[in-house]
Design a protein around this ligand. Structure first.
Ligand SMILES: NC(=O)c1ccc[n+]([C@@H]2O[C@H](COP(=O)([O-])OP(=O)(O)OC[C@H]3O[C@@H](n4cnc5c(N)ncnc54)[C@H](O)[C@@H]3O)[C@@H](O)[C@H]2O)c1
Ligand SMILES: [Zn+2]
Length: 409
């Protein structure tokens, strides 16, 4: 053994001795402190937030310590702006009306949907505008749009100056009930969903129901599946409520829509705030029920399949799998699949047949990617009953393929 190797071995032995002990390698003690950071997760409900008589936005931006006029840059999803031609002039008029308190530093339209999360140019554009407008950590970055736009602007807000106050206005049912009310943002890299991102609670979320009036049918339905998801893992009575209101939801009855969005948001926020793991340090992710296959299907379809549609298929697969491994009873599995179908959400996509060059079903790769993304032990949420979940750390490939083959088409 060379002198160098001997020294290295001796160092490794010494280090092992200290593993798990509160000793420093030197004679000086280590320094350790817990840091508790109180976060307020606020989801405010309103309608027509930018009508001059609605005080919510002004009150929200003008916090106690504010002296100067509050600066804000606003980013709007192009799809939302196109569907609401009055939105931009209305916001300009709102800030003009409240100009004593508010200082609007620009309104910018950004492309809608998943493409914005695939292309770094938009992120660079946002950083440049933050810099140009001298937006500081006490200014606001406001995002109005679908989950994809919120994820991108949220990431820019969390990283520019290491964190600018960020207010989200989700404009889809999926955003108002799930994507917009959580603490994550994300950006895709090399086609992998949310490969880049942070855990960063927004300053506030404003769920303005009036935005849903222009949302296309397909996207109205997408929020239904995240509500079904949260009901399946947490609340059987919410599942029953969705079942008994399925006709109203199919008519997009405003009261039913609002109730669904509100209960879904409440469950998502409550889970994040009370599960003991808001920043997902552990391996258990019940809110990602059905998502291991969903994220892979979105990617395999080159994002032709929307997030909500992919989650519907992913939930159908994991429901059948829960049945096939002997946990969920057949009548419950049938009820879940019937509700997804009744709400005109998909339970199958041709991408499920794609094979890899090694002749493996391509969707299965989603499991390993899911594990890699979450870190630690593979942990998949499954169902014991409607409203009652459990976790497994491995899945049987044959049984997954059997579940895929049983999907209603
Ligand atoms: N950060 C999170 O915790 C989290 C959670 C779940 C999902 N997500 C992400 O959210 C994204 C999906 O979000 P989404 O379902 O809201 O879809 P989306 O952002 O893709 O938007 C869907 C489409 O609807 C249009 N649109 C949005 N609001 C509209 C309105 N009011 N009127 C007319 N058109 C409107 C958009 O322009 C777009 O074309 C995915 O990228 C997903 O990964 C994030
Ligand atoms: Zn989701």
């Amino acid at each position: 053994m060379t002198k160098h190797l001997r020294a290295k071995k001796q160092y490794q032995n010494t280090s092992r001795q200290f593993v798990g002990k509160k000793y420093s390698m030197s004679s000086l003690p280590n320094i350790e402190h817990s840091i508790a950071i109180p976060y307020q997760l606020r989801v405010l409900f309103t309608e027509r937030a930018f009508e001059p008589a609605n005080p919510l936005v002004r009150q929200l931006l003008c916090t106690k310590e504010s002296g100067a006029r509050r600066k804000a840059i606003i980013y709007i999803d192009e799809g939302v702006a196109t569907a609401n031609s009055q939105l931009v002039p209305q916001i300009e008029a709102y800030f003009q009306h409240h100009r004593a308190d508010l200082n609007l530093r620009g309104i910018h339209l950004l492309p809608a949907g998943e493409p914005i999360k695939n292309e770094t140019d938009y992120l660079k554009q946002i950083y440049a505008q933050i810099e140009d407008q001298k937006i500081c950590r006490h200014s606001y970055l406001i995002a109005i749009g679908g989950g994809a736009l919120l994820d991108t602007v949220g990431f820019a807000a969390a990283t520019a100056h290491r964190g600018i106050r960020h207010i989200r206005f989700p404009t889809t049912t999926l955003g108002q009930g799930d994507a917009g009310v959580g603490v994550k943002n994300g950006f895709n890299f090399r086609g992998k969903k949310n490969f880049v991102g942070t855990f960063s609670p927004p300053f506030a979320v404003v769920n303005d129901f009036a935005f849903l009036e222009t949302l296309p049918e397909k996207h109205l339905r997408n929020g239904y599946i995240e509500a079904i998801k949260v009901a399946l893992i947490r609340d059987a009575s919410f599942f029953e409520w969705i079942e008994s209101n399925a006709d109203a939801l199919n008519r997009f009855d405003p009261d039913a829509l609002r109730q669904l969005v509100h209960t879904s948001a409440q469950h998502h926020v409550t889970h994040i705030a009370t599960s003991g793991d808001p920043f997902e340090m552990g391996s258990v992710r019940p809110l990602d029920f059905g998502h291991w296959a969903a994220h892979k299907l979105e990617q395999l379809s080159d994002f032709r399949i929307s997030h909500g549609e992919a989650v519907a298929i992913g939930i159908a697969i994991d429901t059948l799998y829960s049945q096939n491994i002997g946990y969920l009873d057949a009548p419950s599995a049938d009820r879940i699949l019937a509700l997804i179908k009744k709400l005109h959400l998909p339970t199958y996509a041709p991408e499920l047949e794609l094979q890899t060059s090694e002749n493996q079903n391509a969707t299965l790769a989603g499991l390993e990617e899911f594990r890699e993304h979450l870190g630690g032990l593979l942990t998949i949420t499954l169902l014991k009953q409607i409203g009652q979940r459990f976790e497994v750390h491995e899945m049987d490939t044959e049984k997954i393929l059997q579940s895929i083959a049983q999907l209603p088409r």
